[in-house]
Design a protein around this ligand. Sequence first.
Ligand code: SF4
Ligand code: SF4
Length: 239
Amino acid sequence: MLGQSVGNVETLHVLGKIGWWGHLIMVLVFLNYLPYSKHLHILFAFPNTYFSNLAPKGKFTNMKSVEQEVKLMLDPNADPYAATSGSDVPQRFGAKDVQDLTRNQLLSAYSCTECGRCTSVCPANTTGKLLSPRKIMMDTRDRLSEVGENKLNLEDGKSLLGDYITPEELWACTSCNACVQECPVNIDPLSIIVDLRRFLVMEESKIPTELTGMLTNIENNGAPWQFSPTDRMKWTEEN
Ligand code: SF4
Ligand code: SF4
């Protein structure tokens, strides 16, 4: 009887050792596999959240050179000689490919957990439009991986805009920020959408016809309406 219980303790001891070392080996193998796997987002989520944009949602990033032009157009007191320096003039307006995106945008592409919370609250997606903010992040990551694999052949004739994300998806976005609000790791799919749209508008003049009139009015009248700025207060004279 005593001999049997000693045997059981020894068996339990061996099983305990197997469990202990088995777990340690599995954790070590997984940590080595992590950088090459889709689970890499676990590591990137921390720096992505740390570097995320904490400015109030809806505050867009302005391009300094464009901001100066708009100020000259709208503000009579703006200094026309306060010219922008050469470094303020961007190489490209907006983004066409992953090389035009910021480091934070690229980091967030690899931090996406693909949970789909952003898409589930997106009003464009809910109403049957082509747009999915989750797909925007996955397309950015896939294109970045493709560029990384082709690094000796940067001119592969492809780009994020067009080959991965279509203008139809971009113009379906209402800029509501619901996807940004919902993301558990502070990813901002809207910033990528806005940069790609900027490229379409400012470099290629590809604008939906619904917006053309409004943009022309802003350029000519400083407001979205078809009235001269000098007529603005006329409504006060109406009975
Ligand atoms: S900002 Fe655009 S992509 Fe994000 S939830 Fe709103 S409509 Fe969808
Ligand atoms: S909510 Fe955030 S983590 Fe989840 S799929 Fe959207 S962007 Fe990725």
